[in-house]
Design a protein around this ligand. Structure first.
Ligand code: NOJ
Length: 750
């Protein structure tokens, strides 16, 4: 009899499971809201079948053994899948491998619930694009959307459903190595870029076969780590949090981002992973976020050393009650939640809510229709590293390059220089080119600068090469050969900078100089008197004052990805006229940090003739290169600003126009930037705030009238009482090609 019941139960279960799987087949005639309620219905029917242990399994994300960024405390993850203790796996990719793992979940667990596969697809999956900070310097939202799109195409063809990107952390401290993964220092630009990247990853929508779920990270204010030290404390006013740090995350969520990742840091004394104010009050109640929240790597476990929870159970409860749905890699939900519920210390309803949010995404991805739909070997083969993807990577890379200096027209170089010396530890550094966080990118396929140059020049050019030194040690033994090589050449291209892994996670620095003996190498090569170009590869601003003072041409290339060498050569030889602009201020000294263009004026603005004003004894206040700065092989001039009206009311918009002319001899692109300054407020306002920009192309001699519309939203801020809105008074408006050299006009808001 017992046996009969067991068999009948099994049959009953199967019938329900089949109904759930088939019930969610796509029906193109359904409206979005009826589709939503159909998904909700399916989610609830699965939930109704689940044991508490199975529910907790869905809240658990473990790494596979493919690729990890921290301790792999669960080596037996395949057993965990079988036991229904894990609902999602990260760091596993490849159509074949993901299919194998999926088979375990689908065939060997009681409810056959498919796994979700996540991975850090940050700047490309197989075809690697520039590091996000570099790419942001293109100020080209289409380029950024497109690179995320291609990353999603490749990742989804390899069985992935979910990327842990975009990183939307505003970063104003270059000591913090993770600055490389974001969009720089500016809130407005960071917000626009966050939107573009989400749109790229999620494409036509969740469930499209070539899309992946985006994950907005690291929520919140991870970029404000004290002293630029990774994982360190952040502490700021609610005003700064809302005005500077939150908008890019919000923009990404408004663009439809499906998931959010907590940050490692604490904020106002509460670690983000246990922070209800962030995860529930702001994210869900204020912003109406309906996706799910995942922790960063082992973050629930880290609530113990943070000193906010004394054991596994209290850490797990704190995180769940704060609004965290999925536990990445700590295993604390697995270990503690069931007991907490059984002891009546935690409401099962909270777990149900979290499970619903996660299952909903699995349904939306179509995994209940076909758990293997993203794991298709044929599609994988025909998708990854397609020619058109490589072309897009080259185009995005050259658009990300920033020309920092070009005196005596050293650049562009002629393709028929007789002897060209390519020197430096980053000249032929294949591994470095793809940068940090390069996912499944195969560095052996990256193009080095030396290769790019060789491919660009004509047969009459002899390309010489010397390494000169290593990136980060004291050895000067290769100097002599490098100097000799330089002496034989007509022009020297000297490639210096950082190793890829000197930025990214856990890569903070206290100095922003060129590491190792590279500065000495530059000085020695400069003594040869040869015309010289310094090509920089780095993931953060560097303090390169000596180079700026002594070398005629400097090209900032960041880490440009798979096609790096070709892209740099395109710029060096003028096949592409550089158009990138810095999205982060370059300080003159690390002691100026944090330095950004949108500072406050202070009560004692800097006055060189008055000691008691806000300045340094040993360095100017000015950056080496300001935010928004970057040169071209042509020149642009800006006419005076004209306004649609000298005053507006709180119902009006203002049109601001400026004529931009290409005064040089080559066609070129310019990023026309609009800033405002609210002169007097109930709280002080930054001296400048970027509010819009347009990237335009001008032929030699061509002029264009550029018009921006300033809205009331652009003029709004968190006022004294924390309400968001405008205050009447005088505003200044600026237009120009960087945050320093600007035309100015003024208007009144009545
Ligand atoms: C830690 C990083 O902070 C986060 O950005 C990343 O997504 C996870 N590790 C997973 O690899």
């Amino acid at each position: 009899m017992k046996k009969y019941h067991a068999v009948m139960n099994r049959i009953y279960l199967l019938v329900i499971v089949v109904a759930i799987f088939t019930g969610c087949q796509k029906n193109s005639n359904t409206s979005p809201s009826s589709a939503n309620s159909r998904v909700d219905g399916r989610v609830d029917s699965v939930l109704a079948l689940m044991t508490l242990e199975e529910k907790i399994g869905q809240l658990t994300l473990f790494t596979s053994d493919y690729d990890v960024t921290g301790p792999t405390i669960r080596e037996n993850y395949k057993d965990d899948i079988k036991a229904g203790k894990v609902g999602a796996i990260f760091n596993a990719f490849g159509a074949d491998y993901t299919r194998k793992l999926q088979e375990i979940a689908v065939k060997e667990t009681r409810l056959h619930i498919p796994l979700l596969f996540g991975y850090d697809v940050i700047h490309g999956h197989r075809t690697i694009f520039p590091i996000p900070l570099g790419e942001s310097c293109s100020w080209d939202l289409n380029v950024m959307q497109q690179s995320a799109r291609i990353a999603a195409e490749e990742a989804s063809a390899e069985g992935l459903h979910w990327t842990f990107a975009p990183m939307c952390d505003i970063a104003r401290d270059p000591r913090w190595g993770r600055m490389a993964e974001g969009a720089g220092e500016d809130t407005y630009l960071g917000s626009r870029i966050a939107e573009a990247r989400v749109k790229g990853f999620q494409g036509e929508g969740i469930g499209a076969l070539n899309s992946v779920l985006a994950c907005v990270k690291h929520f919140a204010a991870y970029g404000a780590a004290q002293a630029g030290r990774d994982y360190h404390t952040t502490d700021m006013s609610d005003r700064v949090l809302r005005e500077v740090y939150l908008p890019p995350y919000k923009a990404a969520i408004d663009a439809g981002a499906a998931t959010v990742m907590t940050s490692f840091n604490e904020l106002d004394g509460i670690p983000a992973t246990g922070n209800k104010y962030l995860m529930t009050d702001i994210l869900r109640k204020e912003w109406n976020f309906t996706g799910f929240v995942v922790t960063d790597y082992t973050s629930i476990m880290e609530l113990l050393p943070h000193g906010i929870a004394e054991d596994t159970a209290s850490a797990a409860a704190l995180a769940l009650e704060a609004g965290v749905d999925m536990d990445m890699q700590a295993g604390f939900y697995n270990d503690a939640l069931e007991k907490l519920v059984k002891e009546g210390k935690l409401k099962e309803g909270l777990i149900d809510e979290a499970v619903r949010r996660i299952l909903r995404k699995k349904f939306e991805l179509g995994l209940f229709d076909d758990p293997y739909r993203y794991s298709n070997v044929e599609r994988e083969k025909s998708t990854v590293m397609k020619k058109e993807f490589l072309d897009a990577a080259r185009d995005g890379a050259r658009k990300s390059i920033v020309l920092l200096k070009n005196e005596k027209q050293v650049l562009p170089l002629s393709k028929s220089i007789k002897r060209l010396a390519v020197i430096g530890p980053l000249a032929d550094a294949r591994r470095e080119m793809i940068g940090s966080w390069s996912a499944a990118g195969d560095w052996t396929k990256a193009v080095t600068l030396l290769e790019g140059i060789k491919a660009a020049v004509t047969s009459s050019t002899q390309v010489l090469y010397a390494r000169g030194c290593n990136i980060n040690d004291d050895t000067t033994k290769y100097f002599a050969q490098a100097i000799q090589t330089a002496k034989q050449a007509d022009v020297v291209v000297l490639a210096v900078g950082e190793a890829a892994l000197m930025t990214g996670e856990a890569a903070s620095r206290t100095a922003l100089d060129l590491p190792g003996v590279q500065q000495k190498l530059v000085e020695e090569i400069q003594k040869t008197g040869k015309p010289m170009v310094v090509v920089l590869s780095n993931g953060r601003p560097l303090t390169i004052n000596w180079i700026n003072d002594n070398i005629p041409a400097i090209v900032e290339t960041w880490f440009l990805g798979t096609q790096a060498g070709y892209a740099i050569a395109d710029v060096l030889f003028g096949d592409y006229n550089p158009s990138g602009k810095l999205t982060v201020t370059f300080p003159r000294a690390v002691g100026q940090v944090p330095i950004h263009y949108s500072m406050k004026n202070t009560g004692r603005p800097m006055d060189a003739n008055n000691k008691y004003t806000s300045k340094y004894l040993d360095e100017s206040n000015e950056p080496l290169y300001p935010f928004g700065y970057g040169l071209s092989y042509t020149t642009f001039t800006y006419g005076d600003i004209s306004l649609s009206s000298p005053q507006i009311t709180q119902q009006d918009e203002l049109k601001v126009t400026c004529k931009v002319t290409n005064t040089g001899k080559r066609a070129g692109e310019e990023v026309v930037q609009l800033y405002i300054h609210d002169l007097v407020g109930s709280v002080t306002r930054p001296v400048k705030e970027l509010k819009n920009f347009q990237k335009i192309m001008l032929q030699p001699g061509e002029s264009k009238e550029i018009t921006f519309t300033i809205t009331q939203h652009d003029l709004s801020f968190y006022r004294k009482d924390m309400s968001f809105g405008v205050e009447p008074g005088k505003f200044e408006v600026y237009i120009g090609g960087n945050s320093r050299d600007l035309k100015k006009a003024a208007f009144m808001l009545r």
